[in-house]
Design a protein around this ligand. Structure first.
Ligand code: ADP
Ligand code: ZN
Length: 709
């Protein structure tokens, strides 16, 4: 057994904690306040206690172990399952001036030796290792002071979890190998069974558990019927073509088709699926992460391990097979906390296809039940976020105001007559027909199928002729959702009546239907001004600067600054280093490295951005604000002489301005006298020489211009 070289005296640390962690947050990460639960988790670890942190993707898990390591002596060991993730986190830490490195089997031996050298000489605050490599480091770890152990993506230890990793099992030795060192396990997996299993497997049953809300309020949730989806997508993208986004599809073929279609429309899109070579996939991922390819059309193989904070939208071309998947995929949007859109298309064809995938698998019933919940969510007439969170056992007190239903609440009407007609038709067709035929019959269609079966003779034939096909389909879906009808997928999707239907038909039960038509066809116009970006936008200019810095350094763009930071720069328009330091995400290291270049772009933008106001008027404005000539010149980056020229021009234009403030009466007198003596010479140089270079040109010019008082 080996222990960390010295078990820190955690209790003495405690009193200092609150005082020290907030400054560390600003200095190292540039943030002013903690996100929910971060402070509590950090304090737990600083107290030497084990912790389990459950936070949604983007919730800010990393900080929960990075910051305590900075507050404590020694090095943190971070166990992370994916090499790509480790690299990104280490890049981000280094960009913040924090000494961190990762160690894994793909590295050259020389690189490994350098890292190990830094490790044992105490130069690293954090070392990231894959679980497979951890025990190779045993000899080194016994020689250093370990301040905490973080197990990232901790659900990988649980066979209940959705991506179990055998090497994680070995982590059950951690607690006995490092008995005095706090372990912090982190995951975004919400379900209880997995959470409990993590604690058991890691042997940290006493760990304090912190479950954050799974709400991601910045993601706009939107679900639409699947008709004309590609057209909807074009429309959606027309305002968002430069933003990063992912379109998820069910099949490889559709990823390629859609990517091709988007390209013909001029969008820079790439298809991604498991059928591509590993090299191609890596390339595509990297191009996406580094903002080179904005749009990825992918199967769900894409996204795992992608730590990109500025994904602005996620589209589901098909309905996902369960809510967990949906939640995880939309969660890749808006990790920086800025607005993001999640748009999902939903159709019966998807449901039928997904049912086929599930049929005959060992977990069929389980999968079908989850699929049904997904379908219910898609068809929900209540706040989407409420429905989503309730699935994860969380209750939202109020409607969210940021989903399609909240933005466009359905209008209800008395749907009893429609329901009666539909139920009657279903009954008269002996519950043998699927939704399409029922609609046809109700609308009095004369197609072969209807006529062959003699449905034109039943009493409800044509009874809903006045309702469009699509509307009627919507109403029937609502009847399904309300439990009035059921769909028997396993029998060609035929509709059958439930006991509720009988109440409607025979007992006069009333029902309400939502008039959804306007909701589903109305394009949700992006309202924020950052949804349409033109190269003239400051944000866009900052983004270009960020990209070029990132590519020079070979790091993802967000490692330089997150979109949230760029947005803050755009909003606050810092002009000085001090103002720049107040931007969220600007810590000391980034202030030193980037303030100058970013400020340059901002100042230039402010100057050209206001060229509509003539330059001499801007000078005048500052003059009116009481600035001295010197101050104006400094602020505007022009010479004092130009300031004079500008102000004279203002005077010429007839604006009242007291130019006598700029010159003494003695100076005017001298200039006027010289004018007489020199017999009104051409040019100012003669005066300048006459005064032996003691009176500046601007004063000479003004002295000539102004009459003596
Ligand atoms: P997770 O690992 O939970 O998915 P991250 O640790 O990657 O999330 O954090 C997501 C984003 O939020 C990152 O850009 C991170 O820098 C940012 N972030 C974390 N904590 C804060 C905070 N207290 N204030 C502002 N931004 C934060
Ligand atoms: Zn809502």
């Amino acid at each position: 057994m080996f222990c960390s070289a010295e078990t820190s005296n955690f209790t003495t640390m405690q009193s200092q904690q609150n005082a020290t962690i907030l400054p560390l947050l600003k200095t190292h990460f540039g943030y002013d306040s903690f996100r929910p639960n971060q402070k509590e988790i950090i304090n737990t670890v600083l107290n030497g206690q084990d912790a389990l942190a459950i936070m949604p993707t983007g919730g800010g898990k990393s900080l929960c172990f990075q910051l305590p390591s900075l507050a404590l002596e020694g090095t943190a060991i971070v166990i992370s399952p994916l090499i790509a993730l480790m690299k990104d986190q280490v890049d981000a830490l280094n960009a913040n001036g924090i000494a961190a490195a990762y160690y894994n089997s793909t590295q050259e031996q020389e690189v490994q030796s350098v890292i190990l050298e830094r490790l044992i000489t105490g130069q690293l605050k954090l070392i990231y290792v894959a679980p497979e490599s951890l025990w190779l480091l045993t000899n080194y770890l016994s020689k250093i002071q370990i301040n905490l152990i973080a197990v990232d993506e901790a659900h990988c230890i649980s066979s209940w979890g959705h991506d179990f990793r055998p090497a994680y099992i070995q982590l059950n030795r951690l607690k006995s190998e490092f008995p005095g060192t706090p372990i912090i396990a982190l995951t975004a997996t919400a379900d209880r069974a997995t959470q409990d299993d993590i604690l058991e497997q890691l042997g940290i049953s006493e760990a304090k558990k912190f479950v954050s809300s799974f709400d991601r309020p910045n993601i706009y949730l939107d679900v639409r019927p699947g008709q004309n989806r590609i057209k909807h997508i074009y429309k959606f993208l027309s305002a968002r073509g430069l933003q990063s986004g992912i379109i998820y599809c069910l099949s490889r073929k559709s990823t390629e088709n859609i990517a091709a279609k988007l390209k013909t429309k001029g969008y820079d899109a790439a298809a991604y699926h498991a059928g591509l070579s590993a090299e191609d996939r890596t390339q595509i991922q990297e191009d996406f992460i580094n903002d080179r390819t904005p749009i990825i059309v992918a199967t769900i193989a894409f996204g795992m391990g992608i730590d990109k904070s500025n994904v602005r939208w996620v589209i589901h071309y098909n309905m996902p097979k369960n809510i967990e998947g949906y939640y995880q995929e939309i969660g890749r949007g808006g990790r920086d906390g800025l607005k993001a859109q999640a748009l999902m298309f939903y159709s019966y064809a998807d449901v039928i296809m997904l049912r086929k995938f599930a049929d005959g698998t060992p977990t069929q019933d389980f999968q079908l039940a989850k699929l049904e919940r997904m379908q219910q969510f898609s068809e929900s007439l209540n706040c989407r976020r409420k429905a989503l969170l309730s699935y994860f056992g969380e209750n939202l007190a109020e409607d969210c105001g940021n989903c399609d239903i909240c933005k466009n609440p359905p209008k209800y009407f008395d749907g009893t007559v429609i329901a009666q007609k539909v139920c009657s038709a279903v009954s008269r067709m002996k519950e043998q027909e699927a939704i399409g035929t029922i609609i046809d019959v109700l609308r009095g269609a004369q197609n072969q199928q209807v006529l062959e079966k003699g449905y034109q003779t039943i009493k409800t034939y044509g009874a809903a002729r006045d309702i469009s096909w699509k509307d009627l389909q919507q109403y029937i879906i609502q009847l399904l959702n309300q439990g009035i009808l059921q769909i028997w997928f396993h029998e060609k999707g035929r509709l059958v009546l439930t006991p509720q239907a009988k109440q409607i038909l025979f007992e006069g039960k009333k029902i309400r239907l939502a008039n959804l038509v306007q909701n589903v066809t109305e394009e949700q116009k992006p309202k924020t001004k950052n949804s349409t970006r033109s190269p003239k936008d400051l944000f866009e200019k900052l983004r270009v600067l960020r990209s070029s810095l990132a590519s020079n350094l070979g790091v993802p763009a967000y490692v330089i600054f997150s979109d949230a930071s760029l947005k803050a720069m755009e909003d606050k328009k810092p002009r000085t280093v001090q103002e720049f330091s107040e931007i969220s995400g600007v810590g000391q290291a980034k202030l030193d490295k980037y303030a100058a270049v970013f400020l340059k772009v901002i100042l230039k933008h402010l100057d050209t951005g206001s060229t509509k106001i003539a330059t001499h008027k801007k000078t005048h404005q500052l003059f009116k604000d009481g600035k001295t000539v010197k101050e104006i010149a400094l602020k505007r980056g022009i010479t004092e002489s130009t300031v004079y020229t500008h102000l004279v021009k203002i005077h010429d234009e007839g604006t009242t301005i007291d130019l006598y403030q700029l010159i003494t009466s003695d100076e005017i007198h001298k200039v006027k006298t010289a004018q007489k003596e020199l017999k009104n010479p051409d040019g100012l140089k003669v005066y300048f020489d006459h005064f032996k270079e003691q009176i500046p040109y601007r004063i000479i010019k003004l002295g000539l211009y102004l009459p003596e008082k």
